[in-house]
Design a protein around this ligand. Structure first.
Ligand SMILES: [Zn+2]
Ligand SMILES: [Zn+2]
Length: 464
């Protein structure tokens, strides 16, 4: 069975400069409305095209993603209420690094919706350090698309909780058995609270450890326990994590740049290095050129990809995509834009690796169709966790692989340091990913920037 499509027409750059009457895409928030300014740097081929109306696939729908045995049901979290004690300072070990008060500033999500996120001056740790835990003063915390998804209830997190999961800081206290880091170390925080000693961890797959951590209530506010998002809860002045979650990096890396290594950078670059394993001379398409997509692009460039096609609906993304290594940029304007055909035409029939970074099930189906026979379709973006994907069977049938990728398949203690070293050698961009820095109480503007889709990353500075 085939899909009938209208013949392609190509619009010039000048034609795109006129306001469009096309409807807004539902997968990303921003609809181009202003004039499209040509970039000063040029991609090898800048393609701006509109192809006729998309038709629904006539192939049999198949479901490929969902919760095993519990489709359309939210996951069940394991609740753990830690011992509620007042934190005791150890003046000798802190060596002047400890906080002077027991309460901290931070953000609390009390329900699903941005209006349920508020600032607090009264957050405390719920318990003292266990032997393998460390306390980290958070110097920078990126606001990632997953934070917005968490706040919007797409991850079914229990509340109240402290959001945030992409951070860097300084170790200010260590438990009695900690050997991975020491007080004063600059660290990037990992969301993997893996055990570190099971067969899976020993085999080099910490992200697949069965003991990644449940939902802990590691903070309290005026006696009310608070959950933490993604084993961290980083939008707060200090956090307590397992020692293997605090990965030391050279102090030369600025905190605001280092923070992004923990999620956005690792998610994008890890998808290329660890899962797709892009090789020299191969072709790549990246749907979504935001904070994660730009890292897919620059990692693919480092891996030696010959063609890297970036696709986004925001004209402003073109310049950054090209700077990060894209050889082609497709402006996908409007609901009826056929990005599949655009990629197939640019790449001569499809790419070796197609990355969906937006978190749209429809775009993931498109990514399958963009992939050439024998290639990889990479599901990097995260939609609602109970979402199902429907795709035309024929689109995947030609020996393609559909890869589920969580957090870049990362091995934090190896990969975080690798990224930091590449940055210090001038081979990997981090500073350019930071669009803006601001305080915890300005979280709404960070959410607004994410929804607008015009920026790479807002980074919060919990300690000023
Ligand atoms: Zn393990
Ligand atoms: Zn993230």
């Amino acid at each position: 069975m085939g899909t009938s499509k209208a013949p392609a027409t190509t619009r010039t750059r000048e034609e795109f400069a006129r306001p469009s009457t096309a409807g807004a895409c539902t997968d990303t928030a921003r609809t181009p409305s202003g004039p499209h300014r040509p970039p000063t740097s040029s991609a090898r081929a800048l393609v701006l095209m509109r192809i006729g109306n998309r038709r629904a696939s006539t192939g049999p729908p198949l479901t490929v993603m969902g919760w095993t045995g519990a489709a359309h049901a939210p996951p069940v979290w394991h609740h753990t209420l830690p011992r509620r004690t007042k934190r005791q300072h150890d003046g000798g070990r802190l060596a002047g690094c400890g906080r002077s008060t027991d309460t901290m500033q931070g953000l609390i999500q009390e329900g699903n919706g941005e209006e349920f996120v508020r600032f607090s001056n009264d957050i405390e740790h719920a318990a003292d350090l266990t032997p393998r835990q460390v306390r980290v003063r958070i110097m920078a915390a990126g606001v990632c698309g997953s934070d917005l998804s968490c706040v919007h209830g797409k991850y079914y997190m229990p509340t109240p909780l402290v959001p945030g999961h992409e951070a860097a800081g300084v170790v200010v206290e260590v438990g009695s058995a900690v050997s991975y880091c020491k007080v004063g170390d600059h660290v990037v925080l990992s969301t993997f609270a893996n055990c570190g000693h099971c067969a899976v961890c020993e085999g080099g797959d910490p992200g697949n450890c069965g003991g990644l951590g449940g939902m802990r209530q590691s903070y309290v506010e005026n006696g009310t326990p608070l959950y933490e998002f993604a084993n961290l809860g980083a939008f707060v002045q200090e956090t307590i994590v397992m020692e293997n979650q605090a990965v030391p990096i050279p102090a030369e890396v600025p905190f605001s740049s280092a923070a992004l290594i923990g999620c956005g950078v690792m998610t994008g670059a890890g998808a290329v290095f660890n899962r797709a394993r892009v090789g020299p001379g191969e072709t790549v398409a990246v749907i979504g050129a935001g904070g994660v997509g730009l890292n897919v692009i620059q990692a693919a460039r480092l891996a030696g990809a010959a063609q890297i096609i970036a696709i986004d609906r925001a004209p402003a993304k073109e310049r950054m995509a090209v700077d990060f290594g894209a050889t082609d940029f497709i402006l996908a304007e409007g609901d009826d834009f056929d990005a599949v055909r655009a990629v197939q035409e640019l790449s001569g029939g499809g790419v070796n690796h197609a990355f969906e970074v937006v978190g749209s099930t429809r775009l993931l189906a498109d990514a399958i169709s963009m992939t050439r026979a024998g290639g990889n379709t990479c599901a990097v973006g995260v939609p609602d966790l109970t979402a199902s994907v429907t795709y035309n069977f024929q689109s995947l049938h030609q020996n393609k692989s559909l890869l589920g990728i969580r957090a870049g398949g990362g091995r934090p203690r190896k990969d975080f340091r690798l990224i930091a070293d590449l940055y210090l050698r001038g081979m990997f961009k981090l500073d350019e990913l930071v669009s803006n820095t601001t305080g915890l109480d300005d979280i709404q503007s960070a959410f607004d920037a994410l929804k607008a889709g015009a920026e790479a990353r807002t980074v919060l500075l919990p300690n000023g």
